[in-house]
Design a protein around this ligand. Structure first.
Ligand SMILES: Nc1ncnc2c1ncn2[C@@H]1O[C@H](COP(=O)(O)OP(=O)(O)O)[C@@H](O)[C@H]1O
Ligand SMILES: [Mg+2]
Length: 257
């Protein structure tokens, strides 16, 4: 199954990606034959039940894990290891507690000239809405603000692909909503290619241009669903309801209680 990209040039291409882990001597097939083409500048959500291999797929695309079969290429080049142009944003706070917001964000660009560093860091801190908090330490920040620091740090390196692995999973639902809309604003402004892993149907609906739905382990693509709705999306519209039902159906769960 070859999936055409939606718009723009192919950026991240998965071809027949399979992954088998060794679990205490037993083979554990986690991913099976994943074919997917993500276009340059596209926002794609990978949606699937816990344990279906979403993080593994992201790690393979990021070069932290090798596929057992198949390949991932970015801009036509096979991924064989990590690359500073591709950054991860995780759910766990990866920011350093002993460093200020500014110092945390500057880490990724410390090899740049002093002038560049200042320009870039000030710019991304403003972009994520943390202006005025440059000197604050993580312990003085809310969970949502810490996650903004993570996003700022990722953006500082002008990544061409951003991998987000359930980045807002640990936040309360209101903060999550705010950060989703902020992420969309940033995506519109900078247009990086985003691969965003989630197990939350609403989150995928609110963010993605396309939602890649995975079956339970071994993770296979069950279907790819387009969410062809402008932002901000009207969650009360019939179209929203239709797509949402389709996603639940693919996940094999009934959501009406
Ligand atoms: N390094 C590893 N060695 C062995 N098993 C692993 C390893 N990494 C992940 N797994 C297993 O692979 C499966 C998929 O994990 P993961 O990709 O984290 O799923 P998801 O992110 O969809 O929840 C899980 O059963 C997990 O225990
Ligand atoms: Mg995961």
């Amino acid at each position: 199954m070859s999936v055409p990209s939606r718009s723009g040039d192919p950026k991240v291409v998965f071809e027949g990606v399979s992954k088998v882990f060794d679990k205490k001597g037993e083979p554990l097939q986690v991913l099976q034959d994943v074919d997917l083409t993500v276009a340059e500048g596209e926002f794609v959500c990978l949606l699937g039940p816990s344990g279906c291999g979403k993080s593994t797929l992201l790690n393979i695309a990021g070069g932290f894990e090798r596929p057992t079969d198949g390949r991932v290429s970015i801009d036509g080049e096979e991924v064989t290891g990590p690359n500073p142009k591709r950054v991860f944003v995780f759910q766990e706070y990866g920011i350093f507690p002993w460093a200020s917001v500014w110092d945390n964000v500057v880490l990724g660009v410390r090899d740049r000239s002093k002038e560049d560093r200042h320009r870039i860091v000030d710019e991304v801190i403003e972009l994520v809405g943390l202006k005025g908090f440059e000197r604050a330490y993580p312990m003085e920040l809310s969970g949502g603000m810490k996650q903004r620091v993570e996003v700022a740090r990722a953006l500082a390196v002008s990544p061409d692909v951003i991998y987000m692995d359930e980045p807002f999973g640990a936040l309360d639902s209101l903060t999550r909503l705010t950060l989703r809309s902020e992420l969309l604003r940033i995506w519109n402004e900078r247009n990086p290619t985003i691969l965003f892993v989630t197990h939350d149907v609403d989150e995928a609906m609110q963010l993605a241009e396309r939602v890649v739905v995975f079956s339970a382990r071994p993770g296979r693509i069950a279907d790819i669903v387009e969410v062809d709705m402008p932002h901000p999306r009207d969650i009360g519209s019939p179209e929203y309801g239709r797509v949402k039902n389709r996603l639940y159906e693919l996940l094999g769960v009934t959501h009406m209680i």
